[in-house]
Design a protein around this ligand. Sequence first.
Ligand code: FER
Length: 181
Amino acid sequence: MRVLKYAILGLLEQEKQTGYDIAAAFKGALGQFWSAKHSQIYPELKKLVAEGLIEFETVIQGEKLEKKLYSLTVTGEAELKEWMQRLEAVDVSHKDEFMLKTFFLSSMKKEEAKELFSNQLVSRKRKLDELMRTLAELETEFGSNMHFSSSEFGHYLVLTRAIEREKGYIQWLEHSLQFME
Ligand code: FER
């Protein structure tokens, strides 16, 4: 399934944007959990136009730089809505290189395994720190009592989910390290 298609439709549902704006969005919060490269975004935009899901008007930016300002069509809006409501299958493809190494752990010496786990613990704690900082920023900017109609409510939910995941991951790493004592 072309999930990128829906990511772009979702962005355009928020506001009309240029290809540049869309690419920039993937460098922000969105890109933290759904990445896409320029080389995927621009062909996808072309495809979506051909399919009648998005359209564009040409605008002049700055001196005489022509830009395509994309927006959703009625059909695009309907497809996005349908996808948002659709129940997706539980994703079994969440690839985690560290899990792959863990699976083969018995081929390592215990001290090496402990080092591998300790290093992973450091990097997961860093990730958790970054998530907590972003959450604190969000709360400073938008208030700490988020509710459904807050503009950043979805972002808030994504962050709190990631924070719980990292906390669980850290706990598991610590238990595993104790196990290897
Ligand atoms: C953010 C939104 C999401 C962010 C990180 C994430 C650091 C990460 C999500 C994930 O790992 O699932 O603004 O900022």
